[in-house]
Design a protein around this ligand. Structure first.
Ligand code: MV4
Length: 500
């Protein structure tokens, strides 16, 4: 047993709060760290101890290993939870935490390193019998060798960065004539983004679904907790996730689950991790990469498996072992997650900033809100745009869609533009409702993404806003805004007025 009683949470926003909540349920104390921009954030007050770690830019605060270790030392924390993003998948951080005599709540540094190098991961997976996308398992050395390799693989091929992940440094090549230029472009992008220009080739899988398997490993066993469907993405950023996947049968779940368990075992994995797969229309699946952290979308798995993944991470780190029964688990019902981001969906998903003036979060049966902000907080450009997540559970997918629509309509967030209206449009889309989705769904559906206001509507709205403002000033009426539709906020304003 690792007898820590206090956990330093090396993160911010919703995941910091999520981890603090799990610590408290496990009888552990939580130490928050915060940048100057986050002094008033809910995670700071939720923790038992909170320490400042520097100015707003992540490079001067949440990415400063020295300051995080100093905060752990000063607060008497015995363990560090990295959350996601920031330092969560830096082997050097896991190692530094361990070297300081603290417990890293995550996998061994060696497992992070093995999975971080995509060609090494592919070699290890192939050796462990995990299906990988046909292609190379070593970086390409020169254009001539690449052209030979691509001919053997068959076009189209994808040039990918060895240090990559998340789509950076990726190039699609249809013909041999275009390969040399793509290699050069991908290598240059990878060098800039990862400090490692090496690239390799994979066969391009057409219209795949993105399906990932949750795994948990302790000192005794490695198990899977089924899949999450994450095909609704925009520019490699997930927007909606669900569990189970509409495309996965119990038999496929068992085969993908077994592959994910083999993948984790092959690198000596411990804790919670996720294997990403491409699932093609014919039912074949290929390992893409392993995310060696808790993921943003972990709640949908929690709801259909009845498991608290963050508590399991804490239990495993304490040497207590996971609390799951030994029998195989099966998903029950359906869970959906919509990521609410400070991105103006009506304006090309431009990152939005400002003060959250008012926040009403959804609640009621089958609804969970994982957020990290409250009214009064400033949303800046220093950090990612995730404000919170609406997660729902219902007995089946159709009921989950209805419940999500209800929950999204309860959410009122005023002061910062969000993608809330996008989610409502998506839920009403017949193709999404029929689960006719793959990783290129949103690329084919720009109509769902942008709904810029027509110029004539803008004029009408501007005049209406000016009149409303004038009237509000005269009578000191509450300004009520509703982001969902053109008409509803007038109705709500009239109702509020009538109740005064
Ligand atoms: C692929 C692929 C098709 N074939 N690899 C994008 C991010 C990175 N994790 C891997 N990605 C892809 N790799 C082969 N061999 C298509 C994608 C891809 C994608 C994957 C998952 C979710 C969304 C995606 C959007 C575009 C491309």
């Amino acid at each position: 047993m690792s007898g820590f009683r206090r956990v330093l949470v090396a993160n911010r926003g919703e995941i910091a709060l999520r981890v603090i909540r799990a610590c408290h349920e496990e009888g552990l104390e939580a130490v928050a760290v915060y940048s100057e921009a986050d002094r008033l954030s809910p995670h700071v007050r939720a923790a038992d101890i909170a320490l400042p770690i520097g100015p707003p830019p992540p490079g001067e605060s949440y990415l400063r290993i020295d300051r995080l270790l100093a905060a752990a030392q000063a607060s008497g924390a015995g363990a560090v939870h990295p959350g996601y993003g920031f330092l969560a998948e830096r082997a050097a951080f896991a190692q530094a935490v361990t070297d300081a005599g603290l417990v890293f709540i995550g996998p061994p540094a060696a497992a992070i390193t093995a999975m971080g190098d995509k060609t090494e991961a592919r070699r290890r997976m192939a050796a462990a019998g995990v299906p990988i996308v046909p292609g190379l398992t070593l970086p390409v050395t020169d254009a001539a060798a690449a052209i030979d390799a691509a001919r053997a693989i068959g076009y189209p091929v994808l040039v990918k960065a060895s240090a990559g992940g998340g789509g950076k440094g990726m190039r699609l090549v249809q013909r041999a004539e275009d390969l040399a230029a793509a290699l050069e472009a991908a290598a240059s992008e990878a060098g800039k983004a990862f400090g490692d220009p090496s690239v390799y080739l994979e066969k391009y899988v057409e219209r795949p679904r993105h399906v990932e398997i949750q795994v948990l490993a302790d000192h005794r066993r490695t198990v899977h907790l089924g899949e999450r469907e994450c095909s609704i993405q925009r520019r490699h950023q997930k927007l909606v996730e669900e569990a189970p996947s509409p495309a996965v049968t119990p038999d496929l779940r068992e085969r993908m689950g077994a592959a994910a368990v083999a993948a984790a075992k092959a690198v000596g994995y411990r804790g919670a991790g996720t294997c990403e797969f491409l699932l093609s229309a014919d039912g074949s699946f290929y390992f893409l990469e392993m995310n060696t952290r808790i993921q943003v979308e972990h709640p949908v798995t929690e709801l259909v498996y009845g498991v608290d993944l963050v508590r399991e991470q804490l239990r495993i780190a304490r040497g207590m072992g996971m609390s799951l029964p030994d029998r195989p688990l099966t998903p029950r019902g359906w869970a959906l997650e919509c990521r609410i981001t400070s991105e103006d969906a009506a304006n090309g998903f431009l990152p939005a900033t400002g003060r959250i003036e008012y926040l009403r979060v959804p609640a009621g049966p089958g609804v969970r809100w994982d957020g990290g902000f409250e009214a009064g907080n400033e949303v800046t450009l220093f950090y990612d745009s995730l404000l919170g997540k609406v997660i729902v559970w219902a007995p089946d997918r159709a009921a989950a869609l209805v419940r999500m629509r209800r929950a999204l309509r309860e959410l009122v967030l005023i002061g910062v533009a969000t993608n809330q209206a996008f989610h409502l449009r998506l839920l009403d889309d017949p193709a999404f409702q029929a689960a006719e989705i793959d990783s290129q769904f949103l690329e084919r559906r720009p109509d769902l993404l942008d709904r810029p206001l027509a110029a004539e509507n803008l004029t009408v709205l501007a005049v209406a806003a000016a009149l409303a403002e004038d009237e509000a000033r005269q009578s000191r009426r509450p300004a009520v805004a509703d982001p969902h539709s053109g008409a509803t906020h007038w109705i709500r304003a009239a109702r509020s007025e009538g109740l005064r």
